[in-house]
Design a protein around this ligand. Structure first.
Ligand SMILES: C[S@@+](CC[C@H](N)C(=O)[O-])C[C@H]1O[C@@H](n2cnc3c(N)ncnc32)[C@H](O)[C@@H]1O
Length: 270
């Protein structure tokens, strides 16, 4: 059975590296498997609830279409709003290569000016993955993405978790940076931190509720994947699958939300 979010396994990790980097191969599947499963189930529920096979999906800050293109491959119509022309160009190419160009529309825009470029209340599902970290006002951002939903729509929100960054810095021996991230209001580990803002599960669920949505589920994403040396996964037969299953099991448990690299919240309307 082929899964668009699980590219074929490759075995080229230098010894001793963690599974954090890389955009394809096992690292990519490890990073996206939990989100993809939750999202796919949510879209299936929307199909049943609406009675429509083809949903209208908005991917805010969808970038080059890492999620948008596989969602379109399920048969849905996807609009990607992103401020970056380069990302939109890459999206167009990715959609064409996947044979879904007719179902993917790229629009240059911003979550803050979302309704300058898309219609309010017009989407069955809205994705906002890895974007809230970078926007000027996360509360306004979530209100806007929620405002794009139809009365029974669903929001898929993914953002960096503060606890995961603390743990990763500490395990890399950067103890002062880890302590900085722990007490910093934005969850940053220092001046050199490329991520402007991280969130706790409570902050994200609070934003979703303030946006007028119910919290359907919370998942911790990449609890172990960024910490495990790549060599452990490469050398042991079946280790990658076992780690993916472990990630899926831990994702559901609130205790692990506190140390996940990313947090996924499903918001439901209606
Ligand atoms: C980390 S990437 C995530 C891309 C994609 N959502 C994914 O999961 O692969 C962040 C994306 O957010 C976009 N972005 C940054 N600021 C934004 C804003 N204010 N509104 C919408 N998108 C924004 C960037 O251009 C970039 O494509």
């Amino acid at each position: 059975m082929s899964d668009p979010m699980r590219p074929p396994v490759s075995h080229h990790h230098p010894q001793g590296t963690s599974l954090r980097s890389g955009t394809s191969g096992p690292r990519a599947s490890l990073r996206t498997a939990v989100v993809w499963e939750v999202l796919k189930e949510a879209l299936d529920r929307q199909v049943k609830a609406t009675g429509r096979e083809s949903l209208d999906v908005l991917d805010t800050g969808g970038g080059s279409g890492k999620f948008a293109v596989p969602v379109a491959a399920l048969g849905h119509r996807v609009t990607v709003v992103d401020p970056s022309p380069n990302a939109l160009f890459a999206l167009e190419r990715r959609a064409a290569e996947a044979g879904v160009a007719d179902r993917v529309t790229g629009v240059q825009g911003d979550v803050h000016g979302l309704f300058d470029v898309v219609e309010r209340g017009a989407y069955d599902a809205v994705l906002c993955h890895g974007v809230l970290e970078y926007v000027d006002d996360p509360a306004e951002g979530v209100r806007n993405v929620a405002g794009a939903l139809r009365d029974t729509g669903v929001l898929s929100l993914l953002a960096a978790g503060v606890g995961g960054a603390v743990l990763a810095r500490a395990l890399a021996g950067h103890f002062t940076e880890a302590r900085h991230a722990l007490s910093d209001p934005a969850g940053r580990w220092g001046e050199g931190d490329p991520v402007p803002r991280r969130f706790s599960a409570e902050q994200l669920t609070g934003l979703v509720q303030d946006g007028g949505l119910r919290v359907g589920s919370v998942h911790g994403v990449r609890v172990f994947a960024d910490l495990v040396p790549g060599v452990l996964v490469d050398t042991e037969p079946g280790a990658l699958d076992a780690l993916i299953k472990l990630e899926a099991a831990a994702a559901e448990q609130p205790a692990f939300h506190a140390v996940a690299t990313q947090l996924h919240v499903l918001g439901e309307k209606g």
